[in-house]
Design a protein around this ligand. Structure first.
Ligand code: ZN
Length: 148
């Protein structure tokens, strides 16, 4: 497969997630904790809701508005981190953020989100791709402090 075809496959995956976001929906109940974040450089807004049980993410949802990359990335994150322990989730977030800023990363920890790899070459879109993941990271840090 040529590099050009591979990029087309990536593009298809991103478009599919932005058009049909997975785990999209509000969860305004007491058993969910939530945070919202805003990316002023593009106008993306994302709310992330998680339900934890025994230091595990048993459910994760998001809502928001924004560009295709921000929505697709949040959708991928929900799909890939649902069911993970807090430690695994933190590791996956760090790994994803490394990929987006062009640092070394572990491909085996990524599923569809690997399709966002080339964002590292588009600095103006980095904030779009990382927004959802940063919201979740903040939620997890908040929760960790509650456990201690
Ligand atoms: Zn954006």
């Amino acid at each position: 497969m040529s590099l050009i075809n591979l990029n087309d496959v990536y593009k298809q995956v991103i478009l599919d997630h932005s058009k049909y976001p997975r785990n999209f929906g509000e969860k305004d109940t007491d058993d969910y904790i939530k945070i919202k974040k805003y990316n002023p450089s593009c106008g993306d807004k994302i709310n992330v809701y998680i339900k934890l049980n025994n230091k595990k993410i048993v459910d994760i949802k998001f809502t928001g508005t924004g560009c295709a990359i921000s929505m697709a990335s949040a959708s991928m994150m929900c799909e890939e981190l649902k069911g993970d322990s807090l430690d695994t989730a933190k590791k996956k977030i760090e790994n994803f953020l490394n990929m987006i800023i062009g640092e070394k990363f572990d491909e085996t920890l990524l599923e569809d989100s690997i399709s966002l790899k080339n964002i590292s070459k588009l600095p103006s879109r980095v904030k779009c791709a990382t927004l959802g993941w940063k919201v979740l990271e903040e939620l997890l840090i908040l929760e960790e402090n509650n456990f201690e």
